[in-house]
Design a binder for this molecule. Structure first.
Ligand code: PXL
Length: 276
């Protein structure tokens, strides 16, 4: 089997089943050599907890990157998620320019917003930097809110397919190449993912679980990256990631005490089965 090396850059939320504590096990389960660069360390994620600690690791990044350059360490892919500061985004763009093998893919989850709002701590300057990163990446995985921040479109809770088409057109105008737009729902019972590759648009529709769950964007993105780097097409990967994420939510929904994330680990055997 082709054995690829991926670097993922996102935070460590020590408790809360998101970002690196989700991406590392999922990418490893996909059979990838997974290197990590923590963007920040938090005691918990920021959605639903108060009083969390936040240690920004931006200042450590140039020395880490310089060491990797000296050791000639290169990656088949760099996949970014929640980043620690606007300044850090520039460092990440430098990594994408310099640490890729000859055949290389950059995948950006512009993890910064949901339900029409930026996450705590992010501001317009962060969004401006994220635009540069996202529009230079090979693949981006925004939700609708993030697509609005990237394009300046107004966020609408209710929408139809022409609204989604306008968002996609604006993303393309901005420079986006392949777009995996998540959380696109046209009916009460279903939701789905739009996969846009150049002019080619496809929609993967699946059942909707009527309750938002924290960390599912990160589970989805990591599963997408895992499947994609295992040689699946973007559309196949979008579907595999969606089916895995739905099952993770279903595995968690009956446990009200587990509101902060999804129990994704027991469902990994299903995910691995889809890759073979
Ligand atoms: O799931 C995205 C995410 C990642 N990391 C941190 C977060 C969030 C969402 O709120 O707070 C720290």
């Amino acid at each position: 089997m082709d054995y690829k090396r991926v670097l993922t850059v996102q935070d460590i939320s020590c408790f809360g089943q998101c970002s690196l504590t989700v991406a590392l096990p999922i990418l490893s389960a996909a059979g990838l050599e997974t290197c990590i660069l923590p963007s920040a360390v938090l005691s918990t994620h920021t959605a639903g907890f108060s009083g969390y600690t936040f240690r920004d690791l931006t200042a450590d990044i140039p020395a880490i990157t310089a060491h990797w350059k000296k050791e000639n360490i290169k990656f088949d892919a760099i996949y970014t998620g929640y980043l620690g500061s606007a300044e850090q985004i520039g460092y990440v763009m430098d990594m994408i320019r310099t640490l890729g093998k000859e055949k290389f893919v950059s995948i950006v989850d512009p993890a910064m917003a949901d339900y029409g709002k930026l996450y705590p701590g992010f501001d317009a300057a962060f969004v401006e930097e994220m635009k540069k990163l996202a529009f230079s990446a090979d693949i981006i995985l925004p939700n609708i809110t993030e697509a609005c921040f990237l394009t300046g479109c107004e966020y609408n809770e209710k929408y139809d397919s022409s609204y989604i088409d306008e968002l996609l057109a604006k993303l393309r105008e901005g420079g986006a190449k392949t777009v995996i737009l998540t959380g696109v729902s046209y009916s009460d019972a279903t939701t789905g993912v739009v996969v846009l590759e150049g002019e080619n648009k496809q929609y993967y529709e699946h059942r909707k679980i009527p309750k938002g769950s924290h960390g599912t964007g990160d589970v989805y993105a990591a599963a997408f990256v895992g499947a994609y780097l295992r040689g699946k097409t973007a559309y196949e990967s979008a579907g595999i990631a969606a089916e895995y994420t739905v099952r993770c939510i279903e595995n968690t929904i009956d446990d009200a005490s587990h509101w902060y994330g999804v129990k994704f680990e027991p469902v990994l055997p299903y995910f691995i089965g889809q890759l073979n």
